[in-house]
Design a protein around this ligand. Structure first.
Ligand code: SF4
Length: 428
């Protein structure tokens, strides 16, 4: 069973009530060729679903959303709307607040009743195995069912949903919401099997039983720091930290926490540590504030949560005391020569070492890429695909989500899954 804790992790943004949703929906200009729709990777017809809210047709609104994006609920909660749909809203041009598309989408998804996503009445003989139970596979499976295919999702975890269930911070998306979406996909006739592909189920078996195989396995484990002491008790990577507090009700954060990294996952872990009761949470990043890859709104929110940020600091060792992590040694850095992407490489400043005490270290320096996968052609640690169709170098295999794009948003994984499903349908 998975934990859920509304007290420690209340919603980041309060839900809209019916009156405020109606007022917000009526501010929309219902643009022709709406830029908000174009900015959405799954191309949800935004003015259409908002218009339906304005006219009180919530079921129709949710149906419009789900027709384009089967994970419309989770995307309404985790999408970086500031840089996608809301960032493109024409109201910016008139110096007005953009329409709160994300909150309206959430309102429709949470309040609509009786939405049915029917598979095609006439099934086809076309069978697909989706490997991995995260957003890309769920989206692929749902789209395939709409085209009459028989689909089985293989996931080695007890619960499907991938990062949505286990890895997204709870104040953004509760596990129950992720599992509700899984149930919606199951209700379309998708079979879910808990099994490790490559273990209990071999690829040869899948190749014999299915016409196509979709790979939606995400990325690998989080990168280790590779420093003395990074194996000690008290060192726990950010995804494991998030998974633990979501699945173990008695999980406790350290009192004094150091998070290492500057991305959105680092920020999620730091915020969670605050909410789990840490006395102080310090986030260290080896580059400058300006270079931090986390979204600026995530950074701003984290400052409000009480996380303290430290720049130009490179960890060099975990300090050990009584067999546990008790601090981190850092060197100050300064910007060096630009790398291939033009980012200046941080270089350690000689004799600048300092030490910060803590009782928990949370590295969040990215996830490992796949080094080789099923003899498929790779591209820089990701599975290479034909972009319009998601087809890999082996025509029996399609792929999408983080294992192809290197780690982007949930909505990108959903778009990839849909695209691959249509690729299979058109080549099947
Ligand atoms: S761009 Fe803004 S105003 Fe236009 S349809 Fe989209 S949400 Fe409505």
């Amino acid at each position: 069973m998975i934990a859920g804790n509304l007290e420690r992790f209340p919603d980041l943004h309060p839900a809209l009530d019916s009156q405020s949703a109606a007022v917000e929906a009526n501010r929309c200009l219902y643009c022709y060729d709406a830029p908000c729709t174009a900015a959405c990777p799954t191309h949800i017809d935004v003015p259409r679903f908002i218009k339906k809210i304005a006219t009180g047709n919530l079921r129709g609104s949710a149906q419009t959303i789900l027709d384009a994006n089967i994970l419309g609920l989770s995307c309404s909660r985790v999408c970086p709307v500031d840089v996608l749909c809301e960032g493109s809203c024409v109201l910016h041009r008139y110096n007005k607040q953009p329409i709160e598309i994300g909150r309206l989408q959430r309102y429709a998804m949470e309040n609509a009743r009786g939405v049915v996503l029917a598979p095609r009445a006439q099934p086809t003989s076309f069978r697909v195995a989706c490997v991995g139970g995260g957003p890309a596979s769920l989206s692929c499976a749902a789209e395939l069912r709409r085209h009459g295919a028989t689909v089985t999702v293989f996931d080695n975890r007890p619960l499907p949903g991938g990062l949505n269930t286990y890895g997204v911070a709870e104040y953004k998306l509760r596990p129950a919401d992720s599992l509700r979406e899984v149930e919606m996909v199951r209700a379309m006739g998708v079979e879910f099997r808990q099994a490790e592909v490559g273990g209990a189920v071999s690829l040869d078996q899948l190749e014999r039983e299915f016409d196509f195989i979709f790979i939606g396995v995400g990325l690998g484990a989080m990168e280790r720091l590779g420093l003395p002491g990074d194996h000690l008790p008290g060192v726990i990577d950010a995804l494991r930290f998030i998974e633990r507090y979501k699945t173990q009700p008695d999980f406790r954060s350290g009192r004094s926490v150091i998070v290492i990294g500057g991305g959105n996952t680092a920020i999620d872990a730091a915020n969670a540590a605050v909410r789990l009761g840490a006395d102080n949470v310090h986030l260290f990043y080896r580059r400058s504030e300006m270079e931090m890859p986390a979204f600026s709104f995530e950074y701003d929110r984290s400052k409000v949560e009480g996380v303290r940020f430290h720049w130009m600091a490179q960890p060099v060792a975990i300090v050990e005391q009584d067999g546990r992590a008790a601090g981190v040694k850092f060197l100050r850095t300064h910007p060096g020569e630009p790398d291939a992407k033009g980012r200046r490489i941080p270089e350690p400043v000689p004799d600048s070492q300092y030490e910060v005490a803590c009782d928990m270290v949370i590295p969040a320096i990215g996830q490992t890429r796949l080094t080789a996968m099923l003899h498929l052609a790779m591209d820089g640690g990701a599975i290479a695909v034909d972009r319009p169709t998601g087809r890999t170098s082996n025509p029996k295999y399609y792929a999408g989500g983080d294992c192809v794009n290197g780690g982007r948003e949930v909505v990108d994984a959903v778009a990839d899954g849909k695209r691959a499903a249509l690729g299979m349908v058109n080549h099947g």
